[in-house]
Design a protein around this ligand. Structure first.
Ligand SMILES: NC(=O)c1ccc[n+]([C@@H]2O[C@H](COP(=O)([O-])OP(=O)(O)OC[C@H]3O[C@@H](n4cnc5c(N)ncnc54)[C@H](OP(=O)(O)O)[C@@H]3O)[C@@H](O)[C@H]2O)c1
Length: 359
């Protein structure tokens, strides 16, 4: 499947996706953001396949308890671990990994699914715009900290998996033009004036969000583009043949809680319900894309790629352009600098497991 076109989008939305049945009896799986939506359905699907272990996350202890009960009841699997993980806090990501390491856990696959789409400008306690930290920076931190564990379980026959849930809306992210000339890409995209500046786009495909003429409208697509770039940069620095296959997955437009913010506006709510009613996949259908990338064979062919409908698809023109490649490379270095200051394990992991290049 190539670029996003109206016909291609409709075709994808109405395509029946394969149900994964791979043997995961020796696999330890981690899914982030499982209390609702795609993550919940992916967790149930994986639990039904009876993996060796399943670790799921929600934002707080209460949601963890409820989600564990829900996933165990729906799947028949017992002994699921359910831990809190709040991506708007780097400390929470670090504590999660401290706990993971202290308990001697292993992982054959991490599905970094949690994400938000918000139109409200707000900063996290760490000082970053919330969409940027939750969808990108914390997801990148978690991915890097999990990398040694994934590498350890990967074999030449079966690479372990890092799956970041991205979106087709990365095609419409249009706020990076000229970013190769910015003195700091991250400082710029985290700047309040940049975040809230009005830039009208009449492109209408998004994850249930009406994208036109809204302040902050481009934060979500931008965050999804950054994820695609992160996967590309990470994959290009992993030795070949890789022991961990990384991919950015598009689940398609799905009926989920992602557009929950617009529910307070009856007009938007109505428009979104029509839009999703006509085109949306069920969360179960969309979640098949996450599960497929995490457990089905063919991972080395998918390595480093953006996937849609469980197949490799071409990234956006911007991502593939010379400027996009330059921006993506610089973004990687800026990201690693920030993450290395947040957690010294990041620098060790990078020097031990990734090929080095000049910043
Ligand atoms: N639905 C779509 O049409 C669509 C399309 C393309 C891509 N996606 C991507 O699919 C992924 C899942 O979205 P969804 O559609 O299933 O949406 P959803 O129903 O809103 O679920 C999002 C999940 O992320 C969690 N989450 C949100 N903020 C978090 C934070 N700060 N820390 C930790 N967890 C947090 C949510 O927990 P709470 O419930 O506690 O907030 C929830 O478990 C996202 O990455 C999204 O960008 C969705």
């Amino acid at each position: 499947m190539g670029k996003l076109t109206v016909f291609g989008f409709l075709h994808e939305q109405w395509t029946e996706l394969p149900i994964s049945t791979a043997d995961v009896s020796d696999q330890s799986l981690v899914v982030v953001g499982t209390n609702v939506g795609l993550g919940n359905e992916a967790a149930v699907h994986l639990a039904q396949l009876k993996p060796k272990s399943l670790l799921i996350t929600s934002r707080d202890e209460v949601k963890c308890e409820l989600t564990k009960a829900d996933v165990e009841t729906r799947s028949g699997m017992t002994g699921i671990e359910s831990w809190p993980l709040e991506l708007s806090s780097f400390d929470s990501v670090r504590s999660f990994m401290d706990n993971f390491e202290a308990k001697g856990y292993t992982a054959n696959a991490l599905i970094a699914n949690a994400g938000i789409s918000t139109m409200q400008y707000a900063k996290t306690p760490d000082g970053y715009e919330t969409t940027f930290q939750v969808n990108y920076l914390s997801t990148a931190l978690l991915s890097i900290l999990m990398l040694p564990h994934l590498i350890k379980t990967g074999t030449p026959e079966r690479a372990s998996r890092l799956v970041i849930v991205s979106s087709e809306v990365h095609y419409i992210a249009n706020r990076l033009k000229g970013a190769d000339k910015w003195s700091s890409i991250i400082e710029t995209i985290n700047d309040e004036a940049y975040c809230t500046s009005r830039q009208v786009s009449l492109t209408s495909f998004s994850a249930g969000i009406i994208t036109c003429s809204s302040v902050m409208m481009n934060r979500y697509p931008l965050s999804k583009l950054l994820e695609v770039m992160f996967i590309r940069e990470l994959s290009s620095r992993l030795p070949t043949p890789t022991l961990v296959a990384v991919s950015a997955v598009n689940p398609g437009l799905c009926h989920s809680r992602l557009s929950r913010e617009v529910d307070s506006n009856p007009i938007f709510k109505f428009a979104v319900s029509i839009y999703k009613g006509l085109l949306g996949r069920t969360t179960e259908m969309g979640s098949r894309t996450l599960v497929h990338a995490a457990i089905e064979p063919g991972e080395r062919e998918r390595h480093g790629h953006y996937l849609s409908c469980c197949e490799v698809a071409e990234e956006s023109d911007y991502t593939l352009s010379a400027e996009g490649r330059e921006v993506s490379n610089r973004l990687w270095h800026e990201t690693l600098k920030i993450l290395g200051d947040i957690d010294p394990r990041v620098n060790t992991i990078v020097s031990e497991h990734l090929t080095q290049d000049i910043a």
